[in-house]
Ligand binder design. Structure first.
Ligand code: JFZ
Length: 606
């Protein structure tokens, strides 16, 4: 039962960290420029960077996901908490920390060659061990290890040399070592804790050390804002900005006090998000090194996640977990080198780009933009011509970034009056030039002009993502809420429903498929079905049961496979704007998962 409570608490905290962090202006600035202007100034490099390296490195890297012969099933850096390892016992790992193979230039070189523009490393994770020389607490890498060395000095110098922004992760709330930090209830009595004392005596002084002793710091990446009050979050942000006004603060500082929004770990939003945001992502299933975790994402997946996130307006912070010896695992090194090769050819479509003019996802890939340019990030290479509906801007030229000569591709553009449709057709070579993502650059005049309505695609399918649903609440109590991936959560009340308005160009009969999400809670993943639902389109209805007819996942929802349920068919008779309502008749909630709708798909039946 204890773990259920924890999962709920943590899920809540992640929800808080992920969802409720719309950046708020910093109120303590006194200069003539407004808080918004200062924030814009701080974020300038970060908005252009788009791709960064995350490094989780600490005493847990020595444990490597194993304690007293037992494998840790979850993320490696949580081993102390998961196994309730007493402070004194966990501290013995420090005596084994002697990373003789550590080389800051090697690490930073790997990031630079991958095309990453910033590097964020754990200065102190939840275990409370400072990975920098700290005068505030002797529980640090210089004083408590046989290595007696401050790696952050080396990394700061290496980053400065390579033009990479150096950034720190600092666990401001959870600290399982400090008697007053959040999270350790096996050594300490929770009721006797004085969080504010920990905040004043450890957090602020250590953050000051980090911002004073290592040169310019691009970003302070705070995390899991459990228990921290709004006043404390705001005070900490102001503390950072007072010491280094240009240092960005991420959303997980808590209580909306950050400069940008942090999405949930590995969670890619279902469409364009017009705010500043970032997705922290793992390369396997852990952040801190685990010797038994070999579940590596392919380079293909990583590059696709990158283009998708950037096309939706976000940054991708991709993690590596070096070993206790100071070595970045070879599978990570190989993938980063391959990503770097892709970036050398296609980086122009990533750095300093703006999001897609279409708010929704495409099955075939993603779109990024720059003044006068649209980049089609093609993942599914078409068998015949590539077709794009809804682009009103005139395309002056088109070429593949993989083609050094930029040979113009043959294009046609026309407006189909009967269907009221702008159609762009591009003739492409038979074979994709790149195995991961091939980029077509389109040259246009000015800003892209497009039809932003949800619309039927050239293959005649219609996808209605939860991300774009109109949510109709009912009654009191817990309401259905779309999470940042665009999945309905807390949908237990059958009187709550969803609707979409979308444009149909090729009417006909469609199979109606529901995609519902699995719920992932730590190492446990589960799904709930059996709901009876009704879909209403233009006076016609189709009703059915949500049953498991197979799972689907792609690079966007790798960790949350969709469960496919075919409801039946429906006929749309006329082209034009169509309204569709999805109304539950009965929702199952025995597992407390409920109806986690991800999308409705309409596929033409021939
Ligand atoms: C947090 C950390 O807890 C984690 O160790 C890592 O640093 C990551 C980048 O950020 O994310 C969490 C927090 C809580 C859970 C999962 C990830 N959780 O309890 O499911």
């Amino acid at each position: 039962m204890e773990w259920i409570k924890r999962v709920v608490l943590i899920a809540l905290a992640i929800g808080l960290a992920a969802c409720s962090q719309k950046p708020e202006p910093v109120k303590t600035e006194t200069s003539a420029s407004t808080a918004q202007e200062l924030r814009d100034k701080r974020l300038q490099w970060w908005r252009a960077a788009r791709f960064g390296m995350f490094i989780h490195w600490g005493l847990y890297s020595v444990a490597a996901g194993e304690w007293k012969g037992k494998q840790e099933p979850w993320i490696g850096e949580w081993i102390m908490k998961r196994d309730k390892i007493p402070v004194a016992e966990y501290a013995t790992l420090a005596k084994q920390f002697n990373p003789v193979k550590f080389n800051a230039d090697t690490w930073v070189g790997i990031a630079r060659n991958a095309g990453m523009k910033y590097l964020t490393i754990t200065a102190k994770h939840h275990d409370g061990f400072a990975m920098f020389g700290s005068k505030v607490s002797s529980y640090n890498v210089v004083d408590a290890t046989p290595w007696h060395h401050d790696p952050m000095k080396d990394l700061s110098a290496a980053c400065a040399k390579d033009g990479i922004r150096f950034c720190f992760y600092y666990s401001q709330a959870q600290d399982w070592h400090d008697p007053n930090g959040v999270g350790n209830d096996w050594d300490y009595d929770e009721s006797k804790k004085d969080f504010h004392k920990y905040f004043e005596d450890l957090v602020k002084p250590q953050v000051k050390e980090l911002l004073t002793n290592y040169g310019p710091i691009g970003l302070m990446w705070f995390d899991t804002p459990f228990k921290i009050s709004k006043e404390e979050s705001q005070e900490l942000a102001a503390w950072v900005h007072r010491i280094q006004p240009e240092t960005i603060v991420n959303g997980r500082i808590g209580n909306g006090a950050g400069d940008y929004e942090e999405m949930g770990d590995n969670q890619i939003p279902g469409g364009v998000v017009k705010r500043d945001w970032e997705v922290p992502a793992t390369m396997n299933d852990t952040w801190g090194y685990k010797k038994a975790d070999h579940n590596w994402k392919s380079t293909e997946t990583i590059v696709r996640q990158l283009v998708d996130i950037v096309g939706k307006g976000g940054n991708y912070l991709l993690n590596v977990g070096p070993t206790g010896e100071g070595v970045i695992p070879q599978p990570s090194v190989e993938r980063l080198a391959q990503i770097g090769e892709w970036m050398k050819v296609n980086g122009d479509s990533i750095y300093s780009t703006t999001p897609s003019p279409f708010p929704y996802e495409f099955d075939w890939g993603a779109i990024t933009t720059k003044p006068g340019k649209i980049f089609l990030q093609i993942i599914d290479w078409p068998k015949h011509d590539f077709l794009l509906y809804g682009l009103k801007s005139k395309v002056n030229n088109a070429y593949l970034l993989a083609d050094a000569q930029h040979t113009p591709l043959k294009i046609t553009q026309n407006h189909d009056d009967a269907k009221n449709l702008d159609i762009l057709r591009i003739s492409l070579p038979a074979k994709a030039p790149d195995p991961y993502v091939s980029v077509v650059a389109l040259e246009i005049d000015g800003q892209p002009q497009v039809n932003t309505a949800l619309a039927q695609q050239p293959d005649h399918t219609i996808t209605l993502p939860g991300f774009f649903a109109d949510v109709h609440h009912s009654g009191s109590g817990e309401h259905l809420k779309m999470d940042n991936r665009g999945v309905a959560t807390n949908w237990f009340n059958k009187d709550e429903w969803l609707s979409w308005d979308f444009e149909v160009s090729d009417p006909g009969t469609f199979a109606v498929t529901l995609l519902t999400s699995e719920k992932r809670q730590r190492e446990k993943t589960d799904w709930e079905g059996g709901h009876i639902v009704r879909v209403e389109v233009g006076g016609k209805t189709v009703e059915g049961k949500v049953t498991n007819q197979g799972r689907l996942s792609n690079f966007r929802n790798l960790l949350w496979p969709d469960v496919v349920s075919k409801l039946g068919t429906i006929t749309i008779e006329k082209p034009g704007m169509i309204h569709l309502a999805l109304k539950p008749v009965k929702i199952n909630s025995e597992k407390k998962i409920g109806f986690m709708l991800h999308a409705v798909r309409l596929t033409p039946v021939r």
